[in-house]
Design a protein around this ligand. Sequence first.
Ligand code: FHN
Length: 598
Amino acid sequence: MRMMRAVVLAAACGLAAGERAAEARQQAADAAPAWKDPVDHDARMAWWREARFGMFIHWGLYSVAAGEWNGYKTGGVGEWLQRSGNVPVHEYEKLTREFNPVKFDAKEWVRIAKDAGCRYIVITSKHHDGFCLFKTGTTWYNAVDATPWKRDALRELADACRDEGVKLCFYYSIWDWHNPDFKGSDAGKDRMPMYIGFMKAQLRELLTNYGDIGVLWFDGEWPDEWTEERGRELYEFCRGLQPNIIINNRVGKARDDMAGISKYKGAGDYDTPEQEIPVRGLPGVDWETCMTMNRTWGFKKNDHDWKSEKELVRMLCETASKGGNFLLNVGPTGEGEIPKESVERMAAVGRWLRVNAEAVYGSAAGPFERRQPWGTVSMKREKDADVLYLHVVDVPGDSVLRIRGLRGDVRLATVLGEEGVLEVVESGEGTEVRLPGSIAGRMVPVVRLVMTPGWEVRSVPVRQNEGGGFVLAAAEAELHGRGLKLEQKDGGVWNIGFWTDPKARAEWTVLVEKPGTYAVNVELSCEDAEAGDVYEVVIGDAVLPARTIKTGTWVRFVEAAAGVVTLREGEVRVTVRAGEGLKGALMNVRSLKLTPVR
Ligand code: FHN
């Protein structure tokens, strides 16, 4: 018994110590320096919130290798070639002899960005490999001293950005595979204080020699040697050099692994979800999704998996509809050219923005809890009216835009870029707008609704269809949880995917007007290797446990029975969630069907 008590006491002490450590961490995170106050924050973020769209550039020695080493294609992203290709540092350094980007033209890069509608550019001043695109007195390992090219890329970009009125921002990796003082480079002993001095000297050069810098985009903060405390100190150091600069959340340790979303309020001015658009946005914080156009940040000659122009426009709209910024990446070649596939896609986004700019720049998150079946909504609050921007990704077959839940007076309805006023009617479920034939063939047309103050959004339950059943579509689900999102696997049909968060759930509300017994079926897909996990369909207070079944691939959907439920009259909440012990990805869901049992 004494032992048991000792164990319990020890555990309690352990718990107390853990709580004390967490408390100390939070106190450190809360002890914000004087000038990190909300007023200062809003003032600095103003241009960034207006900008909404930037171009990310990953360029360096890895661009010369282009995803191949000694004739072998390396896996993963191009800028990690030194690691993914197991290339010894002294071998990788030899790429400096080949770095001679004779086709580099800073003015052309900035023109491409500006033509695309990007208001800022974030370029890798130094990635994890430690190679610097700028002249630095801290190391020979830079484009001016170590290569036949002998030019300072950031100097030329700074001049071009200034001339074109595009904000220049620097990506800077804390992790450095070339500097032996960073323990992460297998130096074997902790010389981090030396490395931090080196890093500060480089940051001083970056924040002194190239004019006003919009954002310091830190990265590579995850090695254990870096801490939140060191991040806060570095944040203050950089703000001391340029008080108006914006710094992302990867300067400290708040980022929740690759998601880029902060686990707690730490150093940094905005969150940085990567390769994903948070399913419900990040209410109350500034955030920016960074996204590749294919699958790699740094150039890989064999990566041809390009996202379509429409998908990129759709992502820009979805990000704006949730109140975030979109940082779209290009990976220039070793010769200094942005790949033509990237240039074409950037130009297409630019053409779209030239017509629909007001739906994105300076916009705020739209008023709807979930995506509308046809697309997303951003908005602006003007002095005597609110303006809703309806991004029509999928034009309804009958050309009637049903805005579920919207109630209120529509003072004016138009299509951006077109003359004419649209017909608007109130419907049982909200507001309907008849789309003009002229939008046929347009990529993501935007409907502009000027709303008289007093409008509102009501939740709209799914009603029974003619057969007395319910079809709960993925596109109308309220999604909760990390990573969970809608995707269009095959053509136009949306499904819920990326269901890896054990706490994630999809929800609908139904209005039962005909009580009775209903069979519950889930239209799901599950790759064979991942099948077998338990999920639950919760309808009111009934819980139906079921197991996912093998359907072969993620794109092959089948209707699987989940059970039978008796429904009384009235509104009922329907939830799909993972059961205990989720291993990998649960399943993809296209719809949930409730069919009356005769
Ligand atoms: O490891 C890097 C990666 O190479 C790339 O730079 C991305 C871009 O956000 N950031 C890190 C992974 O989160």
